[in-house]
Design a protein around this ligand. Sequence first.
Ligand SMILES: [Zn+2]
Length: 567
Amino acid sequence: MGDKSAMTMITRRKLFHSATAALPLGMLGAPGAAHAKLTGVHADIVVTHGNLLTMDTAAPKAEAMAITGHHIQAVGSNDDVANLIGPKTKVIDAAGMTVAPGFIDGHSHPVVPEHAVSANVNLPRIADVKEALRRQAAKTPPGHWVRGVMYDDTKFVDNRPLNLQDLDEAVPDHPVFVWHRGGHTGVINSKAFEVAGITLDTPDPVGGKYYRENGAFTGKVAELAIDPLYEHGTWPVIDREVRQDSVRVASTRMASYGLTSTTDAWGEGANLLALQDARAAGQLHFRVSFMPYGQDPVYQSLKDAGIYSGFGDDMLRIGAVKYAADGSASERTMRMSTPYLGRPDDYGILTMTQEAIDAAVDDAVAHRFRIGIHSNGDIAIDMALNAYERVLRKNSGRNPRYRLEHCSLINPGLLERIKKTGSIPFPFYTYAYFHGNKWTEYGEEKMEHMFAHRSFLDYGIPVAPASDYPPGPFEPMMAIQSMVTRQDTHGRVWGPGQRISVSEAMRICTVHGAYASFEENTKGSLTAGKLADFVILDKDPHSVDPHSIIDIKVVRTVMGGRTTYEA
Ligand SMILES: [Zn+2]
């Protein structure tokens, strides 16, 4: 006991010293010392009477916390912070509710400008979708396209996908395109076929399809059949202003679910500009790690400017360069060593050769970029690890924390190599819950080795939190429930051997998220000296039925001492 508290003091003192260097004068503070020596240094905000789950192993539980400027000044008991409350201090009485570090999403695509100019049709009933499209049409000039986004064919209570008749009934006069959240398919109406000049006599383009049934279009269009649509009629303009607004919309929504940090995992130059524009306008409500896409001009531009990973500040920082080596988990195209269930010849697709991966890693290392390779299937993961092992043999040194984006299907051999190279996997954290209908094509055996949070933890691998929004939901409470129960919306359990505890899931969404971007010294836990990023939850995820964690409400989200959401 005595040893433990001595440890706590040392750890805290260390943090205190390391933190003060980065803090402006007048922001000194440390737990314990605060009320004894620093009277007069009042906090800007004090949270009291909370159930603080600090994620700080030195002091995992606390009641209260004081914040000055952007940082946490002290964490402790109500008494510890009492003397830090001055006349101008804002006191937030948590009334016994749970206070946790702000949630971090290590792989997401938050900048989707289409979302700012479209109807969001992520709705439970087809009738709701029709109503949303009707409203969007009412504010769309004649002849212009009406867009819907976030459609998912498998999620309606109606138990069927959206079709051409639905869209014709809702919007007869405008061309309509409803985009699937997976990004590879959509549904259009009769007016859209007419505007695009596509008739039943039109053949399907190579690599694309206009779905037909009983001699008529169903409305579904896929892959390269979508591209020609953009050449006809007038589409909503996506300009600099719209892009900025999409950041405002996304960060406002994500803050309302408790996220304080996210990642742009396929960064284009226009996104980087939009993030900066939103920030300048006071509309950026999350911190962002910007991962330039290796094939986008922005990557070359950053290299030319002499910028590499780590450049930026606590709000917007350049992360790893991103490449993609294979297909998708949810759209069933990832490259595996064994075939898909019921398709004995289908092993999925590779999108890079080993030589191309090696060259990308060499180039990133030469330019001091971290690298993240999208590798879903075990074959693709093996290839990414080959490249990481090869470059580590040449350049030994500190652990570069190379990223394995998704890293969906693993085996013991891969786990050993991930551990040995210090690589970080980013498996989908909401997929077991959200995409259940897709897992039948992998089967129970494979699902025991997919999104393998349990295996990663057992091997001591600091597995990172990853939504891959929009294909995957980003909501942290859904993520925690998904990782804890592995149960989908229909009650089926996928890979029960990969279940983890609530505490482990919360650690992944906070501490591991910070570690994955080399920011473990500034965020991820409620510790004096760290950024004041936290959430107040109406219930403790440890004390509810694990199947209702998703119903826990975020009462308040605070990023750097600023409230970004309040219920
Ligand atoms: Zn992604």
